[in-house]
Design a protein around this ligand. Sequence first.
Ligand SMILES: Cc1cc2nc3c(=O)[nH]c(=O)nc-3n(C[C@H](O)[C@H](O)[C@H](O)COP(=O)(O)O)c2cc1C
Length: 181
Amino acid sequence: MLDSASENEDFQDARCESDQSPPGYDSTTLRRAFGRFATGVTIVTTQTEAGPLAMTANSFSSVSLDPPLVIWAVGRHSRRFDAFARGRFQAIHVLADDQLDLCWRFSRTGTDFSGLDLRNNAEGAPLLPSALARFECEIVNRVNGGDHLVLLGRIMRLTVAEGEPLVFAAGRYGRLAAAGP
Ligand SMILES: Cc1cc2nc3c(=O)[nH]c(=O)nc-3n(C[C@H](O)[C@H](O)[C@H](O)COP(=O)(O)O)c2cc1C
């Protein structure tokens, strides 16, 4: 466990030993395969010295009920990497199927909160006004994930609303449709 990012700069190192051996597939195939796994879409927020920051992320996953833990991964290529790698308190907002505009907005920019009634939680993490679910987290561990950094968050508070999730798969957005009888 890390008390703060500054106590361990290991996450600065993008290299893994496995990077050295050539894979038996190309990166396009790997992307296509990853895209076959449908996900929801989240907006992750954190507070910085320059103000609130947000990012669209689909790498979110639930991990543990007890203790309550989630993960998401921030890309090292992103200009927002440092802020999220260091941000101790982060809020993860699960988008509903009518929130595609937020998905696009916070993919493009991390600082445009115009028209949104933003609040800060007790720890200073910015909270968006609506989401299907919201996890207010403290980042308790960071793991090198190659070209991403995996952040493990302990859920401090959560909210859940009624609605349907925004779904993302193979570069497309959609809604859930019943598959069974
Ligand atoms: C649906 C979707 C999911 C995304 N998921 C992630 C993610 O899990 N992690 C990540 O670092 N970037 C993710 N991105 C990209 C970021 O939202 C953002 O576009 C990227 O970090 C570029 O940021 P920059 O312009 O500040 O460099 C996702 C984008 C979209 C549209």
